[in-house]
Design a protein around this ligand. Structure first.
Ligand code: SF4
Length: 409
């Protein structure tokens, strides 16, 4: 979501004649913030402290993103060198104020207001109607607002016309998408977008086990464009913990979704999120999560230790009763388990031919990209390959996180 917001603001500024540059040369620094965990929020404060040195009367510092809804004008009081606090999506007044201060519209070398990236993020829902007890998102992003299908398709068309090869439809809970004009949900939207000529790949994130519809899996399975990857957070493998989290599903429901997805797409990439040490998570409850992770064989598991976020139900009503060292032990235990699973799963790709959408070159100038199931793939002896190309690669090696291969003959 933050990438989508950053892209949207950057495009607006590029259109006004601004260019991205190093901090040393820049007139304006904009921080897009995340507050989903305390660590992310602390990073924003630390950046703001660092920028104190950079700030001069001629320069502007702005903050946008979730911290604005959470902290509001308190940010200005705490950081007097901060010039602007910009609510998510309300960029126009800010850009107009910038334009009256720094007018680059007559510059000599106006950059195209287009894109350089292969992927384009399109926000289809803002906010979330769920109320997971640990989550601050509904408070900082508000209730769901759905973008019309017509507008989403138009934005995707424009992105492809400007060179994007992949679009990623994003929402806090993308499965809840409903066209405000009654044209249908996410499956209908995906069907419309995948038909756009020139579009090579379509992804969507993040899914919710309570809302993911069978029809969507069928659309994925039947398509050559929709990627075979699901971002489907489980959060816990224990039903009592899931209930305290107010996730709205049980583990048997989650297992049934995965079973169905794998029946339709045996090689589907599966990414999940897990929180360890949630209030009341006993050793037995943790072991249920461990068993589920072992059984599901996820490709990627994002694991976080629970930390109370002020303003959430869990922070105010549930005792944070799992000691920090125990949270850490569970985190490390699960990380170790998942590393083994990921290495074993990735090794299954060795010897196979995969289709890679090239995204760029790494520091060794090797092209890299991703397969439709989401794995990053490095390409050796690739020759004149450019970002946006799609090519078949024979996989030679695999580590837990990535594949390496040669262009297939
Ligand atoms: S569904 Fe996701 S974004 Fe919405 S409240 Fe739950 S965790 Fe937060």
């Amino acid at each position: 979501m933050n990438s989508a917001d950053s892209e949207s603001l950057a495009r607006r500024l590029l259109a006004a004649g601004y260019v991205e540059d190093s901090l040393e040369r820049a007139d304006v620094a904009i921080l897009n913030s995340c507050v989903v965990r305390q660590a992310s929020e602390d990073r924003v404060y630390s950046k703001l402290h660092e920028l104190r040195e950079w700030k001069t009367p001629e320069r502007t510092i702005a903050v946008t993103g979730c911290i604005v809804a959470k902290e509001g004008d308190a940010l200005r009081r705490r950081f007097p060198h901060l010039d602007a606090v910009v609510p998510i999506g309300e960029y126009e007044p800010f850009v107009s104020a910038l334009e009256s201060r720094y007018d680059y519209s007559q510059g000599e070398a106006l950059p195209p207001a287009g894109r350089t990236g292969v992927s384009h993020f399109v926000r289809v829902i803002q906010g979330c109607d769920h109320n997971c007890t640990f989550c601050i998102v509904p408070r900082v992003r508000g209730r769901e607002k759905h973008v019309s299908m017509e507008a989403v398709v138009a934005e995707c068309r424009e992105a492809v016309a400007e060179g994007a090869r992949e679009v990623v439809l994003v929402g806090q809970n993308v499965d809840d998408y409903r066209d405000p004009d009654g044209q249908g949900g996410l499956a209908a939207l995906v069907r419309q977008v995948e038909r756009i000529p020139g579009l090579k790949r379509l992804r969507f994130m993040t899914s919710h086990p309570q809302d993911l519809e069978r029809e969507l899996l069928e659309v994925m399975a039947a398509s050559d464009v929709v990627c075979r990857e699901l971002q489907l957070p489980i959060q816990s493998g224990d039903d009592t913990v899931l209930k305290r989290m107010a996730r709205g599903y049980q583990t048997r429901h989650y297992r049934a979704i995965v079973e169905n997805a794998r029946r339709l797409m045996p090689d589907i990439g599966l990414v999940t999120d897990v929180i360890v040490g949630f209030p009341g998570e006993t050793e037995a409850a943790y072991l249920n999560t461990r068993t589920l992770v072992e059984e599901m064989e996820f490709d990627v598991v994002h694991i976080a230790m629970y930390s109370p976020r002020p303003g959430t139900f869990a922070a105010t009503k549930l005792a944070d009763d799992v000691p920090q060292e125990e949270k850490l032990r569970r985190l490390n235990d699960l990380l170790g388990l998942q590393r083994e699973i990921a290495a074993r799963k990735t090794a299954r790709w060795v010897g196979r031919e995969v289709e890679v959408l090239v995204e760029g070159r790494d520091e060794l100038q090797r092209p890299y990209g991703r397969i439709r199931q989401g794995k990053r793939t490095n390409i050796l002896r690739a020759g004149a390959i450019a970002a946006g190309d799609v090519l078949n690669v024979r996989v030679l090696q695999a580590t837990a996180g990535q594949l390496t291969g040669l262009p297939a003959a």
